[in-house]
Design a protein around this ligand. Structure first.
Ligand code: AMP
Length: 123
């Protein structure tokens, strides 16, 4: 899928719309989800134009990839959920139910995550 520069996270990166930022470095930005599903609900995104993890892992530089992983861990530590536990979610594409087409990882914590995912009838 081609990257759409007008997606809402691209606008956040460009500073065109605000976000509740919790972390930023040269390659990565993290901010609170506008519609939180848990007491801790943070989105971690690369600043580069990548739609998905498969896109990012194929095209991003080693520095960008390292920064992204490190930011996810730092955000979890700083939010205080390292000890209690948390869930990382990366919705991707149509069947993954991705709404914003810029790579993002959800970091959810502060309350039990519940079952991993509802099983489909037929596997
Ligand atoms: P998904 O693409 O389904 O993995 O989820 C997109 C997430 O982005 C949802 O949890 C939304 O609540 C969140 N979201 C959408 N717009 C904003 C925004 N302007 N600031 C923060 N979070 C947002």
């Amino acid at each position: 899928m081609a990257y759409d520069k007008e997606n809402i996270f691209a606008k956040i990166i460009r500073g065109e719309i605000p976000c509740d930022k919790v972390y930023e470095d040269k390659y990565t930005l993290a901010f609170k989800d506008i519609n939180p599903a848990r007491p801790v609900h943070i989105l971690v995104i690369p600043k580069g134009a990548y739609v998905s993890m498969d896109d990012f892992s194929a095209k991003a530089s080693p520095e960008e990839q390292a920064a992204f992983i490190q930011a996810i861990g730092k955000v979890a530590r700083d939010a205080g959920v390292s000890e209690t536990g948390y869930r990382i979610i990366g919705n991707t594409g149509e069947e993954g139910h991705q709404e914003v087409m810029h790579l993002h990882v959800h970091v959810l914590g502060g309350a039990p995550a519940g079952p991993m995912v509802k099983r489909v009838e037929k596997l």
